[in-house]
Design a protein around this ligand. Structure first.
Ligand code: NCD
Ligand code: ZN
Length: 363
């Protein structure tokens, strides 16, 4: 058994039967492409109003035209009764034309540019090799108010994988913000105390997303008693003091920290192998697990800001009008879903989750 490594609050009193919040958004999501969309789109659109769709396809999404074509493919798999609005991003390369940022600013549904250090993670080979190469486009983004989304890890061989986020902040992010203080920056899927403290110390132009798996787990959950490949993600899970800091940030009510699942499915054969892929497929239980987490932390009143308000506010998007309701009815997460005809293992596979989305057509 793994999960629930945080200490439950002693003052927890009663559990309500229903929790209703404004419809949430997922500010960091991988939907993949083609037949995978048949699984990934409904898994998110069943509950989230909008999602920031990551551009790390093969080949990566590097133009506004590619982003709009990808968005059209996504919408083909949107259930008829859903008004899910995928918000697209461009993949930043060393030679992205600043004019592409100008084009982006005229398209409502393409909203941000994603920085991957070259080689940092899945499909990131064509990422940025030196931050100086992208100064011209970053300058344009600062001018136009386009958020830069950061995979915050350096990739140098000699830097330990557990230190890569911290070194990124020191060597890349801090100087970048100093150079472009007007730039809107989101440090994605933060995993360390260092990131929490850095984001807190910065202006309101700097925010961070926090995944459910980095709140629920630390590296012991992944490594003690055997390697659990389905908990392997990037940035990799850190030690428990970092998890504790992320928990504090998520529950703090600070608008700088908001929900981004980083749900990133890989097939079971790609994960359960001698060199397994990084990524946790959390979309099928994302809001349920965030709700369970906030509940167990006796901080339910902080869920709605984190899940439904702060991200929209940061992106300058309207808050959703609709509501969703979760019921305190335990259900068992399936052992696997299908990505096309290949199985993929979700977070909490085969385990019980205490909160269930009301009227969820999926369950
Ligand atoms: C992501 C993926 O598989 O696309 N993997 C991950 O572990 N988070 C890429 C990413 O966001 O780093
Ligand atoms: Zn991601």
């Amino acid at each position: 058994k793994f999960g629930y490594t945080w200490e439950k609050r002693k003052d927890f009193m009663t559990t309500p039967e229903l929790v209703t919040i404004t419809k949430p958004d997922d500010w960091h999501l991988h939907l993949r492409d083609e037949i995978a969309l048949e699984t990934t789109v409904p898994a998110t659109s069943r509950v989230f109003g909008r999602a920031i769709v990551m551009p790390n396809l093969k080949p990566p999404v590097t133009t506004v035209k590619m982003a709009l074509d990808y968005r059209a493919r996504i919408l083909e798999y949107k259930p008829l009764n859903s008004n899910f609005n995928p918000l697209m991003t461009l993949f930043l390369t060393d030679n992205l034309d600043p004019d592409e940022a100008v084009r982006l600013s005229t398209e409502e549904s393409v909203v941000a540019i994603k920085y991957y250090p070259s080689g940092a993670t899945t499909n990131s080979d064509t990422g940025v090799t030196d931050i100086k190469n992208v100064y011209p486009v970053v300058e344009k983004m600062a001018e136009l108010g386009i958020p830069l989304l950061l995979h915050g890890e350096v990739t140098e061989d000699h830097i330990d994988i557990f230190d890569r986020e911290k070194v990124f902040i020191e060597t890349i992010l801090a100087p970048l913000i100093e150079r472009y203080p007007e730039l809107k920056v989101i440090l994605e899927h933060i995993t360390t105390k260092d990131s929490v403290e850095f984001v807190e110390s910065q202006s309101s132009n700097v925010a961070a997303t926090i995944t459910i798996h980095h709140l629920l787990y630390n590296r012991n959950d992944m490594l003690v008693g055997g390697i659990r490949p389905h908990l392997y993600c990037l940035p990799v899970l850190k030690r428990n003091i970092h998890q504790a800091s992320l928990i504090k940030a998520a529950l703090s009510g600070s608008p700088k920290f908001f929900l981004g699942t980083d749900s990133a499915p890989h097939t079971k054969p790609e994960k359960e192998t001698s060199c397994g892929c990084a990524g946790v497929f959390s979309a099928p239980a994302a809001i349920e697990l965030y709700t369970q987490f906030f509940m167990e932390q006796n901080s339910l009143s902080k869920l709605e800001g984190f899940a439904s308000f702060f991200g929209a506010d940061f992106y300058g998007q309207p808050r959703n009008q609709e509501k969703i309701t979760l019921e305190n009815i335990p259900w068992r997460m399936p052992d696997q879903y299908q990505l096309g005809d290949v199985p993929t293992v979700p977070i909490f596979a085969g385990q019980t989750i205490n909160w269930r989305l009301k009227d969820d057509i999926e369950t």
